[in-house]
Design a protein around this ligand. Structure first.
Ligand SMILES: [Zn+2]
Ligand SMILES: [Zn+2]
Length: 298
């Protein structure tokens, strides 16, 4: 887990974040995702300055192991001076050695956030789910942590006050907010009540707008007027030409008209798996991966 540097904003990793959500559904299936309906609660990972440092860190780690349902995994947490925020050794188990940066000795309220990410590394390791390259794999880890109910801790560790700022994880605050919002929309949850950081709350609000935007793209019936107009124009072009025109900046694409009846494909707003439906007016489709029912006007 990285540490320090200026805080990046916006959505520079959005494609990888979405690919990570799709990969989670594919590897875990809908049924397992549904078992993560309850998030890690603030009381479960609370850590006061009166608590014993090592016993407290072990207790929080155990709580995360329980949350992710990692049978017989045992985290051995230690502190040392290091450039990174935290690190975990991915061995055969059942014991895993987690190292936390010395600064957590005096920032105990963020130990839960650091451990949420590191224990997720163990979870994904056991699932044998990874993305190639460190950057993408860390984005997968942050996305999985957040989608499965522990990542609000990472976003809440993002704080800015005048001269100083701190943030954990590889996603930007807005991207954490986005994944958290996707989770909130799926489970009907309101994570905003757990935030202690005002900046986390702002990032969550922005992420929620982005997440809602996913469900307002044509051909979904919830699309806005401008989107629908553009869609109708692109569809007309696809109907008249054997090669569909390039549609930069829109998530849908039409299959070439010379390959049978016209069809449109677009990403599922929940899991981002691509769905394909015939172009014939009102169509109700169901995503095979996450089971979301999609009302379309094709
Ligand atoms: Zn990591
Ligand atoms: Zn889906």
């Amino acid at each position: 887990m990285a540490n320090g540097g200026p805080v990046e904003h916006g959505y520079p990793h959005l494609d990888t974040v979405r690919a990570a959500i799709t990969a989670l559904y594919k590897r875990l299936t809908y049924d397992t995702i549904r078992t993560f309906e309850t998030s890690v609660m603030p009381v479960d990972v609370a850590f006061s300055d009166q608590d014993d440092l090592h016993l407290g860190a072990q207790r929080v780690a155990r709580e995360l192991v329980r949350h992710y349902r990692l049978p017989d995994a045992r985290m051995i947490v230690s502190f040392r001076e290091m450039t990174h925020a935290a690190n975990v050794e991915l061995a055969a188990g059942p014991e895993y050695f987690v190292e936390l940066n010395d600064r957590f000795r005096t920032h105990r309220q963020d130990i839960g956030a650091a451990l949420a990410h590191e224990v997720m590394h163990v979870y994904l390791h056991r699932l044998d789910l990874s993305f190639p390259g460190t950057r993408d794999n860390e984005i997968l880890t942050d996305t999985a942590t957040t989608y499965l109910g522990a990542g609000w801790l990472l976003l809440d560790a993002y704080r800015e006050d005048g001269a100083s700022s701190q943030k954990l994880g590889y996603l930007t605050p807005e991207e954490f907010g986005y994944v958290l919002a996707k989770r909130a929309l799926l489970f009907g949850e309101d994570p905003a009540i757990w935030f202690t950081s005002p900046q986390a709350y702002t990032a969550y609000t922005k992420g929620m707008a982005q997440a809602r935007h996913d469900a307002q793209q044509p051909p979904l019936t919830a699309a806005g007027w401008a989107g629908r107009r553009r869609y109708a124009k692109d569809r007309r072009y696809a109907q008249d030409h054997s090669t569909p025109g390039p549609h930069p900046g829109v998530p849908y694409s039409f299959t070439p008209a010379d390959r049978g009846p016209l069809r449109v494909s677009f990403p599922c707003p929940t899991c981002h798996q691509r769905i394909r439906v015939p172009v014939r007016g009102r169509v109700r489709a169901r995503c095979g991966l996450c089971r979301t029912v999609l009302e379309c006007d094709t």
